[in-house]
Write a protein that binds this ligand. Sequence first.
Ligand SMILES: C[S@@+](CC[C@H](N)C(=O)[O-])C[C@H]1O[C@@H](n2cnc3c(N)ncnc32)[C@H](O)[C@@H]1O
Length: 466
Amino acid sequence: MSITARQVAADVLNRSRSRDGFAAELVDDAVNAANLSPQDRRFVTQLVFGVIRRGGTLDALLKPFIHLPTHAVQDRVWDLLRLGAFQLTFLTHVPKHAAVHETVELAEHVGAPKAKGFVNGVLRRIAELTTDEFTDAPGAAAVPFALVESAPTHLERAGGRGSYRRLTKPVLPDPVTDPAPYFAAAFSFPQWLANRWLKRYGADECVRLGFWFNAAPPLWVRVNKLRASRESYRIQLAAQTIEAEAGEHPQSLRFPQHHSIRDLPGYAEGDFAVQDHSSMLVASALGVQPGMRVLDACAAPGGKTTHLMELMDGRGHVTACDIDPKRLETVAALAQRMRLTGIETVLLKDNEEFPAGPFDAALVDVPCSNTGVIGRRPEVRWRLKPNEFEYLIRLQTRLLILAADRVKPGGAVVYSTCSIEPDENEGVVKAVLRGMRGLTLEAEHHSVPGRPSDGGYWARLRKAKA
Ligand SMILES: C[S@@+](CC[C@H](N)C(=O)[O-])C[C@H]1O[C@@H](n2cnc3c(N)ncnc32)[C@H](O)[C@@H]1O
């Protein structure tokens, strides 16, 4: 018998717990191996991403009905409880009886047939807990809800506030008397991150961020300006009845509906690259000109490397460095698909310095906490630990200093992250400006999550003329 979407999802959840890989890659591998229909592929993604993203909320809903310590429930059985609770709470297209029955049936697949009765009992209680009524008022008996299938549109309709699914009884902390535990449980964030953001942003902005980061992020592409204008590509899409909206960046297009990227016209010909709107701003901030020699210090998987070459009208040289050989291969593959030449990949050993140059300009798109893209990478919120910031900030500072050192007098350096943490952003830039003479801050920009897309930061520094 062929494997079902729910079985694949249960297997991916199991793998995502024990491996370092990203959920997106694990889902891709698993759906390809299982040869699922496009509809089932989407369902697997929805289940896996949803269960990981909403894991904190699902546990808060489940715990009142489980009279065993968490460690007494096998991991794979706990996955099933979350899978069932996710369908019952966040998916409107799955009937309740199917959500319970199909999830109980998975117990055999995960090697725990004896847990069937237990899973059935708990999920029936969750089915009773979740009503079909929605409200825009938060509370201990209302779960922040987003239509997973069409979250951005849904959020716009709700004025960015989102809506809440009513529960038959209060199971979440009270948002007024216990805002920090409420935000962590209702919006599914680790407590340390909830505390950190509440202190910085206040409750209203945290709620907006919570809705944004729990929705499926929109698909954006950057039209390869060396192959097509944005308008001509949009006409090509329209001819296939594919809707796309122009964004503020002149090469950007946003797709309101879900699409398989490889099926979009011009994929194989390199007419576009998948890239979030905020990321497009970064290479543009460097102000490169045709014929320049540019250092891309942390290049893989190559979204910004290829953009830099487009911005130089395909005439120039980009030295694309990274320490990860597998990811560096994707830079070369992307450059090839986009039909771009003049990109040289350089594999660095850990702690190795960048090639000598000198370069006309440098982009330093550092490894970071990824807190601006938590919606895109569902596991980030759970894997990130507060004690990692110290290491990251030290690495970011070092990479910025080393890259700036390779740039000619008068040249520009753009430092960027996909983090919304000030200590990884302006904090690093200020420290480097204090410590390195002849460098000034020329411009900086904070991308706010949801306005219009991923969160992030860039700063352009200028080296003094000799
Ligand atoms: C944020 S990602 C870069 C994304 C890329 N610029 C893009 O737009 O597609 C950061 C990259 O830095 C790389 N990295 C980590 N430590 C590094 C180091 N010491 N030197 C160079 N690259 C490093 C990681 O392997 C990762 O690919």
